[in-house]
Design a protein around this ligand. Structure first.
Ligand code: ATP
Length: 439
């Protein structure tokens, strides 16, 4: 089949701009063929673009020979441009159709299609990810990525409005942030380097210059566990704030959650409808449960967790049943938290670290940081790390490091919960996990 060029054609309208009131107007539309139906003597095409659909009607008796012959060679998901006249038509979806004068075939889709993107024939997630470029054209994917976009937009609006400066820190780093286990080593000329697992150290260093910073950037974890909430490359939303404690930044986190939920509900009504998902606005302040309270609740349900042990996934699932929406878990045992989390002054076994949960899923973690150099060196050693490897980081503590606090939100985890999607891979364009490095 001959593929046409765009030539001097430019889109005059998106599909959703075409209304019955435009009866008789000429339009140029561009998009992909979602459906094609031949009723003998008349052919119907549903043309999809990024804003919606419109019906193209091709009555044999009304269109020229060339248009008719071109339309007979079309298939689902071909990319076409249509120049034609708008006609008011009650029986058509939204009461309007377009009768083509000319069709240009801009890109063809190989048949048979490997996926039914209407979702009528559901496909396995791996099949979908293998032809992700096609899968992303489905209503479901379009809805997910619109919501993801709005979450990022709302986050930037909110944090900028609160006086946080957006920064970008290096993703190629010389040494481990929190220990080497979860890092990807890379060949960096004659040396070994790593992909950053978090902007933690840089963002702490930056508050001595900018006081309040945020970063939205990729984080890399050599994550062996193959779960529906872990990937090896995710987007981390980080803040760090000078002259603040855990409680101060928890307030920022909960107000941000409120703002995101409100914005998504307002700007993504249609997308939530497509995904058949809803959520309420969170009621602030969010519940704050201490680690001790949490293990108490679990004990009552027959799950024994020894003080100081991490909470296993099964226990988180039980917690999620008790607390189905947002809540914080505070006062974690110090030994469960990274070296930069501050131990409490009155009881150093307990830290000023917290996690923000949505049901059983950890959305964010944060805390008050250690801002005294001596204590930080002690904490590094306690965790088996070498202060020498952190000499550039420690240097920041020689130039007036204020007390500070911050957190990191995993964007995909939040988007999963906002969309009701169960597998994190679906909310990433091209997900990476232990077994998937393509497409
Ligand atoms: P988890 O215990 O769930 O593996 P973590 O304690 O390793 O998470 P942090 O290092 O505290 O996570 O990272 C901050 C946030 O980043 C987490 O709360 C989570 O939302 C997100 N996150 C961490 N690891 C991953 C991952 N492998 N895939 C997706 N998101 C992640």
């Amino acid at each position: 089949m001959k593929i046409d060029d765009l030539g001097d054609w430019r889109r005059s309208h998106y599909s959703s701009d075409v209304t019955p009131e435009m009866d008789g107007e000429e339009v140029i539309l561009m998009g992909w063929i979602r459906e094609i139906r031949d009723l003998g003597g008349i052919r119907f095409i549903v043309l999809q673009d990024k804003l919606g659909n419109v019906q193209i009607t091709i009555p044999e008796s009304e269109v020229n020979e060339e248009t008719l012959s071109k339309s007979s060679s079309l298939h689902r998901q071909d990319c076409i441009a249509v120049r034609g006249l708008v006609r008011k038509m009650e029986k058509a979806p939204r009461g309007v159709e377009v009768i083509p004068k000319e069709i240009r075939i801009l890109g063809i889709a190989r048949q048979p299609l490997p996926l039914d993107i209407t979702g009528k024939t559901p496909a396995d997630i791996d099949v979908r990810l293998d032809v992700r470029v096609l899968d992303l054209r489905s209503d479901r994917s379009q809805a997910i990525f619109k919501i993801r976009h709005v979450v990022l937009e709302a986050t930037r609006e909110f944090l900028s409005g609160r006086g946080f400066l957006e920064v970008n820190t290096p993703k190629i780093i010389a040494s481990a942030t929190e220990g080497g286990a979860a890092l990807f080593p890379i060949v960096y000329f004659e040396r070994e380097a790593f992909l950053a697992q978090s902007p933690q150290l840089y963002k702490e260093e930056l508050i001595i210059d900018f006081e309040k910073v945020f970063e939205i950037g990729p984080a890399y974890r050599a994550e062996k566990s193959h779960t529906r909430r872990h990937i090896t490359e995710f987007l981390s939303i980080d803040i760090e704030e000078a002259f603040a404690t855990a409680e101060d930044v928890m307030k920022v986190a909960e107000e941000l959650m409120y703002h995101i939920c409100k914005t998504v509900r307002e700007r993504c009504r249609e997308e939530l409808r497509v995904l058949n998902h809803t959520f309420d606005l969170p009621r602030l302040p969010l519940r704050r449960l201490t680690y001790d309270e949490v293990i108490g609740e679990l004990r009552e349900r027959g799950m024994k967790i020894k003080w100081g042990e991490d909470i296993p996934t099964a226990a988180f699932r039980t917690l999620g049943e008790i607390h189905p929406y947002f809540y914080f878990i505070t006062d974690w045992p110090t030994k469960l938290k990274p070296f930069y989390i501050k131990p409490r002054d009155d009881d150093p076994r307990i830290s000023e670290g917290f996690d923000l949960m949505w049901s059983w899923i950890e959305i964010a973690s944060g805390g008050t940081r250690v801002h005294k150099k001596e204590l930080l060196i002690e904490r590094l050693k306690e965790q088996g790390l070498h202060p020498e490897s952190f000499k550039f980081h420690l240097q920041a503590f020689d130039y007036g490091m204020p007390p500070h606090a911050g957190w990191a939100i995993g964007l995909e985890r939040l988007v999963m919960m906002l969309t009701g999607i169960k597998n994190i891979r679906e909310v990433v364009l091209f997900p990476r996990d232990r077994f998937r490095l393509t497409p």
